[in-house]
Structure formats: structure tokens, C-alpha cells
Design a protein around this ligand. Structure first.
Ligand code: PAF
Length: 277
């Protein structure tokens, strides 16, 4: 596996490769887990050359403490990528991502970026589109792979691609879960043993709401779920049912498919999850 730390070195390598194989790009912030590796596996299965990136993007953290505590496991990440047969990895410093000479064009995210994650993490999606615009602009991949665990992020990335990179194919890969249902996340490693036991209550709560679809009024189910989560030390930030394409909040059970979106804190660790139902 090739390692690149500088944009120009990566650029020369990409130029040599692009004649031979279609390039898939898998952006990450490291602290890799099976969820990330499933994105690499999918890219490889589709016959692509797989390039991952590892960059903890300061612009998408509204909370400096969260940025400071974000897990960093570079040696292990490189080993895991190698084992996953990833072809190359870009590990830049900020000056290799953000080029002062190229202006990042605005992406009109509007409502999409104001709801849910956007309202609790002001500026977060601006930071995500900044880094992805810069990386897509440098790398020019044909395919990009994202995990559905970050449901709202997927919608935002889709908007970025539709607006500025219409030739890129976006693939959204289902959330990987631990055996007890907890969505895999780099942040799970920050939970204590007791926290780790409580954390799967999130998925159980989402499943229970979906099982009760049309049987119990939605507001009552959401109330019950919040109190069930509190019993497991999980403080809900938001738990809502929404229209998948627009993220409009639903107050009642719809006839059409919907998505449950959750964010909350357990032991000071921010966890998110979602479930289509
Ligand atoms: O999902 C993430 O890990 C990050 O938001 C991403 C897409 C790598 C951008 O920094």
C-alpha cells in the first residue's frame, strides 16, 4: 500500500494510475473500524483502485474538546488498511488539504444543514463540505464511498456532489453493527465497560419504535424511548422521525418509508444512529 503525505506526490501517482483503473475514494478521519473497512471492501469488489484518506478535519468540529479527544490510531489504521487490500492512503496535514490559492465555492445546503446535526453542531456541515470539496478537487475520484450511519452527512455529500462534482458516483453502504446492535463508530472506543453495556440501548430503542409503527402514536413512542435511554444513562439530543430525502420532521406515522434519527450523549461521548422504518 502506498502512503502519501503530500498533495503533489499523490497527484503524480494518481496521474499514472488513472489510465489503468477506476479510482474509488474513501475519506475517513481514522480510528478505523469494520464499518470503514466495509467501504474499502465494497470499492475493491467493484474492481476499483481504492484510495483512503485519514485526516481529522478541524473545520468540522464545533467543540475544541471533541476535536482534542477524537481517537487517533494511525499505526493501527495503516495496518488495517493494508490488510483490507487498500491500494493507497493519503495522510495529509491541514496545509495539504486546504490550498490558500483555491477558493472553496459555496454549497447551498439550506435546511439540510440546519436540522439535527446542523442545529446541535453549528458549522459542522460547512466543515464537512469544505474538506470534501478540497479532497474531491485534488483527487478527482470516479467513485466515493460513505457509511449510512452518518445519514444526514450522506444527504449533504449528495448535495455537494450534485452541485459541484456531477461525474462522481456516490455509494452509500449500510451501517455495520456490533453483535449487540451498537452502530460501529470511532467514538465507541471512548466508552467505559459499563458505557459499552448501556450503548446498545440506542439501537434497541430505535428498533422498538419501528416495531410499533402504526400501532402506537409516534409522539408517545418517542417519549418512551427517551426515558428508556435515560435509564441506560443516555441523554437524548434529538430523536425524531423524518422524511429520508428532505429530512422534514414527521409528527405522525406516514404511509411512506421514513428514517428515525438519533443523537445523544453517554459518558460525555456523543453517539449517533439511525434506522429506516
Ligand atoms: O465521516 C467522516 O469521517 C468525516 O465527516 C469525513 C467524511 C471523512 C469528512 O471529514
Amino acid at each position: 500500500m502506498k502512503l502519501f503525505f503530500y498533495r503533489n506526490k499523490l497527484g503524480s501517482w494518481l496521474q499514472e494510475q488513472q489510465e489503468h483503473q477506476q479510482l474509488a475514494f474513501i475519506p475517513t478521519m481514522g480510528a478505523l473500524h469494520e464499518g470503514h473497512l466495509s467501504l474499502i471492501a465494497e470499492a475493491k469488489q467493484q474492481g476499483c483502485l481504492a484510495l483512503a484518506s485519514i485526516f481529522v478535519n478541524p473545520r468540522q468540529f464545533n467543540n475544541p474538546e471533541d476535536l482534542r479527544r477524537y481517537p487517533r490510531t494511525l499505526d493501527r489504521d495503516i495496518r488495517l488498511l493494508e490488510q483490507a487490500a487498500c491500494d493507497a492512503v493519503f495522510i495529509p496535514e491541514a496545509d495539504q488539504v486546504y490550498d490558500p490559492h483555491s477558493q472553496i465555492p459555496p454549497v447551498a445546503l439550506g435546511f439540510l444543514a440546519e436540522r439535527f446535526e446542523g442545529s446541535f453542531r453549528p458549522g459542522h456541515f460547512q466543515g464537512v463540505t469544505d474538506v470534501l470539496w478540497s479532497l474531491f478537487h485534488t483527487i478527482r475520484p470516479r467513485d466515493v464511498f460513505f457509511g449510512e450511519k452518518d445519514f444526514q452527512q450522506c444527504m449533504v455529500v449528495k448535495k455537494l456532489i450534485d452541485t459541484h462534482f456531477p461525474d462522481i458516483h456516490m455509494h452509500i453502504i449500510p451501517t455495520r453493527r456490533e453483535a449487540d446492535g451498537l452502530a460501529m463508530s470511532s467514538r465507541n472506543s471512548r466508552l467505559s465497560e459499563a458505557g459499552r453495556i448501556n450503548a446498545p440501548a440506542i439501537y434497541r430503542a430505535l428498533q422498538e419504535i419501528c416495531h410499533q409503527k402504526h400501532k402506537t402514536p409516534l409522539p408517545e413512542l418517542l417519549r418512551q424511548a427517551r426515558s428508556y435511554l435515560l435509564q441506560h444513562q443516555i441523554e437524548t439530543e434529538y430523536l425524531e422521525l423524518a422524511v429520508p430525502e428532505t429530512l422534514d420532521t414527521l409528527e405522525q406515522w406516514p404511509e411512506t418509508p421514513a428514517v428515525l434519527l438519533f443523537a445523544g450523549y453517554l459518558e460525555g461521548v456523543r453517539l449517533i444512529d439511525n434506522l429506516r422504518c
